[in-house]
Write a new protein. Structure first.
Length: 294
């Protein structure tokens, strides 16, 4: 369902709710004009948000709102958008722009030359912009067994590790569910992704652990994070079922998950990647940050 962006109502709503306990900076003018008071996050979690979930909000407006809420990143953006983020003092915690598609990835050798060319060109750009994570995908099975797909992914990705290590950019393969949203996607279980990381054998290849997707595929989220965290570079949120707000309407309790992530010593970002269904997307975004700010 398409959400209609009511800027006035959303900004007004941001002023309500629990006091957010991160930055002492003044809020951006649009938020101060809407009557918001200064607030702080606790500083334990580095908060980010995925732009694609807010397609009706121009990037500049989302940057202003993100700064007001206390986020330090807007992610899943490519080089054309990074200057706008920099203008507002934001980073891109998970860059993209080198991938072919979610369904056409490293498990298929016929794509390797093209993917290597694309990633070899993008990795230095990511580093030059001050970012350090670049997304990648396994691709769909298309009848291929998981063991062969893992070997194929490793062969293609190993070709990129020298460049990734040189520029200190981590290639992060996203774990996606193949049950509801991405039928036939290969990297759909944490164990498979961890074994791939071990096969590649470089700290510059890790996993993007999407909590929404892995709850659907395997559950056992906290224990999996505890066991697999050395191979995880980034986390995404999302309410189950539906990938909507992460509040009391869904089955996961995010404060406990965030505490488990912090207990591993994780210092990276948590990206909000839910699709707001409330009709006030920025209010929902603020609420999700409050929920995760443990």
């Amino acid at each position: 369902m398409k959400n209609h962006y009511n800027r006035r109502a959303a900004l007004k709503n941001l002023a309500g709710g629990a006091a957010v306990v991160a930055s002492a900076m003044l809020l951006p003018e649009p938020l101060r004009a809407a009557g918001l008071k200064e607030f702080r996050l606790k500083g334990n979690i580095n908060h980010s948000v995925c732009k694609w979930c807010y397609q009706d909000i121009p990037l500049e407006d989302l940057c202003k709102a993100a700064k007001g809420i206390g986020l330090s990143s807007i992610e899943l953006l490519g080089p054309d958008d990074w200057p706008t983020l920099k203008k507002y003092g934001l980073t891109c915690a998970m860059a993209w722009g080198a991938e072919k598609s979610l369904t056409e990835g490293f498990n298929e050798p016929k794509y390797h030359d093209e993917l290597v060319t694309r990633y070899e060109a993008m990795i230095p750009k990511v580093a030059a912009a001050g970012h350090d994570n670049l997304i990648c995908f396994s691709g769909n099975r298309n009848g291929m067994d998981d063991e062969q797909g893992m070997k194929n992914c490793a062969a293609g990705l190993k070709r990129l590790m020298k460049t990734a290590e040189k520029h200190k950019v981590t290639l992060s393969m996203e774990l996606l569910n193949s049950k509801v949203n991405h039928k036939d996607y290969m990297c759909d279980h944490t164990e498979w992704g961890v074994e791939l990381a071990k096969m590649i054998g470089s700290d510059r290849f890790k996993l993007l652990y999407d909590i929404y997707h892995m709850q659907i595929m395997e559950g056992d989220v906290i224990r999996t994070i505890q066991a697999s965290h050395p191979y995880i570079s980034h986390y995404h949120t999302g309410g189950v079922p539906g990938r909507n707000e992460i509040d009391e309407t869904q089955e996961l309790y995010y404060p406990a998950i965030m505490r488990a992530i912090l207990a591993t010593g994780y210092k990276g970002f948590v990206g909000q990647e839910f699709i707001p269904a409330s009709g006030e997307p920025l209010a929902s975004l603020k609420e999700s940050v409050v929920i995760c700010d443990v």
